[in-house]
Design a protein around this ligand. Structure first.
Ligand SMILES: Cc1cc2nc3c(=O)[nH]c(=O)nc-3n(C[C@H](O)[C@H](O)[C@H](O)COP(=O)(O)OP(=O)(O)OC[C@H]3O[C@@H](n4cnc5c(N)ncnc54)[C@H](O)[C@@H]3O)c2cc1C
Ligand code: FES
Length: 508
């Protein structure tokens, strides 16, 4: 990244006042429903259940407003690239219609919550979201998406006239979509929840959940907690029992925000194809910023992640004339192999534990729709997208081509870590800024010497399911190529599904 003024933080985190949530002692939690996770899914679910008369508590590893939700592009839209046609092809037209109904409802619920609670989150309504292509070979994909969207009743139109300073070949327009500030939105929801008697505990990791016919027990880093129902809203579920990990991919994407030159046309857009460039504008810190997000890759599969920001920076400069960068950041998202979220009871036989994940980059509306669904399931109410979103299909679905490809790759990564092992070596040979996975005294060791010369050495075996972690040079972290867990050089968990640190190694 060649722009020293661009701060390494998400613009939303940087401009978010900390919410006023009081202080809850984890030992005094008393809840009908324990929600694990303080992102859009967790906070919305907690608020909706509280409004339905349940006593609810949120337990979150990160503080509210520090999770993926506040590292997103934050387009509030039910125009999801070319997903409707992909879902129609894999699961059928009815599933695509149920997905649309969920997301239109999630979209509307966000607008209603902002109005009801008077949340000051710079919500801008009435903005079009445009899905476009510059490649002649992709025009058909856009036309197909338009046809499927029209068949399931979405009001879309095709026109190559787009809010971009360059020409495109085909574009699909979803009118009346929205953007907001996700940190302010989450803070508004969480404050309303707390002011009505909800409890929030931050900085606590959940590690396991047991349930019987009456109650659930959650093992956490702050001790054991109990509740009638548990909602695992941790993005990637840290529980393996539902098999979701075998049908999900974790992708890391990169974001930049820079000053948009006056008079340059820019709107809420995304291309189909690769690399993705997703854009929107935002007025932050008194400036009009262009946000560009994309250049994604599966977590742990790329070491020189810094070059992803450079490529985004070049694209924003060449296409929009953006030269003054303000922010750069990255974040992780999960997607299911059939592109529909896993939301509902976490596993066959489980009655009291719920999950919601796999939003494929569209978690604002999918996350809100998932919160509505979990509320309905806990209250015993029907929900029109329950069958399509059902998380238990992860354990019961047939292994398709994508399933085999994904899991062969995970298995190969696992075996490579065990059988080939790491090269024998001495961390003493590492230069400043260098990292390597080495066999040291018979132990697989992930070692990094920082720019000050201090050596950080931890086990290289991921505490989720024992794959070998890989170095992420752009962000100075150990990332797991199997399901996307990330760790600091000292082994602390940055991102799940792992919830336990990599043990430290005492080597020189
Ligand atoms: C770069 C990028 C751009 C995106 N752009 C858009 C967009 O424009 N529009 C859109 O709709 N979606 C977008 N998304 C997707 C969207 O941001 C996510 O789908 C959504 O924020 C996920 O919300 P969540 O509540 O599931 O997860 P999170 O917001 O990550 O919340 C998870 C919570 O769980 C906690 N947690 C994790 N593990 C544990 C544990 N073991 N115990 C306790 N707590 C735990 C975390 O601390 C956190 O509070 C984007 C995603 C990315 C990565
Ligand atoms: S994230 Fe699953 S093995 Fe590492």
């Amino acid at each position: 990244m060649s722009s020293p003024e661009a701060r390494h933080v998400s613009p939303w985190v940087d401009t978010m006042p900390p919410p006023d949530l009081g202080a809850t002692d984890p030992r005094r939690l008393d809840a009908d429903v324990l929600v694990l996770g303080g992102g859009i899914v967790g906070v919305t679910t907690a608020l909706l259940l509280q409004r339905a008369g349940r006593q609810v508590a949120i337990v979150s590893a990160e503080p509210i407003g520090r999770s993926v939700t506040t590292h997103s592009t934050v387009k509030v839209t039910y125009g999801h690239g070319a997903l409707y046609s992909k879902i129609k092809d894999t699961l059928g037209l009815d599933a695509a219609a149920a997905y649309a109904q969920a997301n239109v409802t999630g979209f509307q619920r966000i607008l209603d919550l902002v109005d009801d609670l008077g949340i000051d989150c710079t919500l801008e309504r009435g903005r079009p979201h445009v899905v476009y292509t510059e490649e002649a070979t992709k025009a058909e994909e856009i036309e197909k998406e338009a046809a499927v969207a029209q068949r399931i009743g979405l009001p879309v139109s095709l026109s190559p006239d787009v809010p971009l300073p360059f020409e495109v070949i085909a574009a699909l327009h979803f009118q009346d979509q929205a953007t907001f500030h996700p940190g302010r939105y989450l803070a508004g929801l969480a404050e309303a929840f707390v002011h009505s008697g909800g409890m929030v505990v931050e900085g606590v990791w959940a590690r396991d959940v047991d349930e019987d016919s009456r109650i659930c027990h959650v093992e956490t880093t702050a001790g054991r907690m109990s509740a009638g129902y548990v909602v695992v809203a941790t993005q990637y579920p840290f529980l393996d029992r539902g098999g979701q990990f075998a049908r999900m991919k974790a992708t890391r994407s990169y974001g930049i925000a820079g000053v948009l030159p006056g008079g340059v046309s820019a709107g809420m857009t995304i291309n189909v194809g690769s690399p993705i460039h997703s854009t929107r504008t935002a007025h932050l810190g008194g400036e009009d910023l262009l946000i560009v997000v994309g250049e994604g890759h599966e977590v742990g599969h790329v070491s020189d992640t810094g070059e992803r920001w450079t490529r985004l920076q070049e694209w924003a400069r060449d296409r929009f004339g953006v030269t003054d960068l303000r922010y750069h950041w990255s974040a992780e998202e999960t997607s299911t192999l059939d592109h529909v979220p896993f939301t509902g009871r976490i596993a066959p036989g489980s009655e009291r534990v719920f999950t919601a994940c796999g939003f494929d980059g569209w978690g604002m509306t999918n996350g809100t729709a998932s919160a509505l669904l979990i509320r309905d399931l806990i209250l015993g109410q029907d929900n029109p997208w329950a069958a399509t979103f059902d998380a238990r299909r992860a354990a019961t679905g047939l292994p398709g081509k994508e399933f085999v490809k994904h899991n062969v790759h995970v298995a190969k990564t696992w075996v490579r870590g065990r059988v080939g092992g790491a090269p024998k070596g001495s961390p003493a040979d590492l230069e400043r800024g260098e990292a390597a996975v080495l066999e040291v005294e018979g132990e697989q060791t992930a070692a990094y010497r920082d720019e000050q010369g201090t050596l950080h050495a931890v086990s290289s075996v991921c505490t989720h399911m024992a794959c070998t972690v890989a170095w992420n040079d752009g962000e100075k972290s150990w990332d797991c190529p199997c399901h996307g867990s990330r760790f600091t050089p000292d082994g602390d968990v940055l991102h799940g599904p792992a919830s336990s640190p990599l043990p430290r190694r005492n080597v020189q």
